[in-house]
Design a protein around this ligand. Structure first.
Ligand SMILES: [Zn+2]
Length: 230
């Protein structure tokens, strides 16, 4: 079983600790950043870049793209793009790849086509998804979209005070052999794109949650692959 790790919503206080953990375990990653979070946690974002990680665009304020106009959606993307360009420059790192992920995986509803066209014509890169073999990936047209979607969602961001959702629930999800939607993480011969988050709020509830869940992947034989682009 092979997997590409993607981690959303950086930067955060715990970003450097996550970067160090991934380096220690030789787990490659694509980070997706909110522009606003890079402004809040500039040094933490810079640390991730200087360590050789790719940071993709995840919009400026993390809106639901189906609730805003096409014009405002493009502004969200461009504002984050500018912040990322500046950060790469400051880090002295060439910006070779520009992946994009929609907040909440919301591709913009009525503006979907316009947004896809914008991304295609403005130098964004599609993550190589040719190893994904789930029929629904093609049925939903995810193979044709340029933005970065996922096949498995850890859902660990649901661990919040009063939510009733616990680390145990994440582990149960990870071991579910017949999930109602998405993919089985530990199925033999599978290839997955994993959705994970850098959230200080999750760290407060389950300190070192990334270590707990990603170590579980390693223990079960997941091989993490280097990001590739089309
Ligand atoms: Zn997000």
């Amino acid at each position: 079983m092979r997997a590409l790790l993607t981690m959303d919503d950086i930067a955060s206080k715990n970003t450097p600790a996550i970067v160090d953990y991934l380096e220690e375990k030789h787990i490659p990653v694509i980070f997706f950043a909110w522009g606003q979070n890079i402004e809040r946690y500039h040094d933490e974002a810079l640390y991730a870049l200087k360590k050789g990680n790719i940071i993709g665009n995840h919009s400026y304020t993390h809106p639901q793209f189906s609730s805003i106009s096409l014009e405002d959606g493009i502004k969200e993307i461009e504002k984050c793009e500018q912040i990322l360009d500046d950060l790469y420059k400051e880090a002295g790192v060439a910006r070779t790849y520009r992946p994009f992920r929609f907040p909440y995986g919301d591709k913009g509803g009525a503006n979907k086509e316009g947004l896809q066209k914008y991304l295609v014509s403005h130098g964004f890169n599609k993550v190589d998804d040719r190893e994904i073999t789930y029929p629904w990936w093609k049925e939903q047209g995810l193979d044709r979209d340029i933005d970065t979607f996922w096949t498995f969602d850890f859902a660990e961001y649901n661990i919040r005070p009063g939510s009733g959702f616990t680390a145990e629930d994440v582990l149960k999800r990870m071991h579910d052999k017949n999930p109602k939607s998405g993919a089985a993480l530990f199925a033999p011969d599978c290839y997955n794109m994993l959705l994970f988050h850098a959230h200080d709020e999750t760290d407060e509830m389950v300190p070192g949650y990334y270590r707990l869940f990603l170590d579980e992947c390693l223990k079960n034989g997941v091989e993490f692959v280097e990001p590739k682009f089309l």
